[in-house]
Design a protein around this ligand. Structure first.
Ligand SMILES: [Zn+2]
Length: 162
């Protein structure tokens, strides 16, 4: 009786450390923490279903069937989720892809990147550094100035003229 009780205690102790390990591992591998953070329900309340799908579920809108691919007005593109400026019309160029394309963000600190291995491809994912909204992808076939092409979903942006 006594032996099995001790055994059980040791087992519980091991289990405790395993759980702690999981908790720590879970934290360290968890998505980056962002200054603006909301629950999926909160985001759904303030976004259209398309905006939610693209910014919060890493979606992609159709080429040429989006608001800003052919927008030539001067202004600032802000994150549709949190309003942080992410791109400027000054850095927009004609990529021919059917998505708004920029050769650099408005400020390097306003966008972040991660490695995206979905759909059997390795791509660089681009997101808002303030709220983590998925914006699009980054490619290295952009114009000479930077050689970069930020291929961005219109639905993740809001355009402020001027
Ligand atoms: Zn944002």
């Amino acid at each position: 009786m006594r032996l099995s009780f001790t055994h059980k205690k040791i087992y519980m102790k091991q289990l405790f450390f395993v759980l702690i390990g999981f908790a720590l591992f879970g934290c360290s591998s968890d998505a980056q923490q962002f200054a603006v953070s909301k629950t999926p329900e909160e985001w759904k309340k303030m976004l259209t279903s398309e905006q939610y799908h693209i910014t919060r579920e890493q979606g992609t809108e159709p080429a040429f069937k989006n608001a800003y691919w052919d927008n030539h007005e001067k202004g600032t593109y802000v994150c549709v989720c949190c309003g942080q400026p992410v791109f400027s019309s000054a850095h927009k160029f004609e990529s021919g892809t059917g998505w708004p394309s920029f050769y650099q963000p408005i400020s390097a600190k306003n966008v972040g990147t991660t490695t995206d291995k979905s759909y059997s491809m390795v791509r660089t994912e681009v997101h808002c550094s303030r709220c983590g909204a998925h914006l699009g992808h980054l490619f290295d076939d952009g114009p000479n100035l930077t050689g970069l092409r930020y291929c961005i979903n219109s639905a993740s942006l809001k355009f402020n003229k001027g």
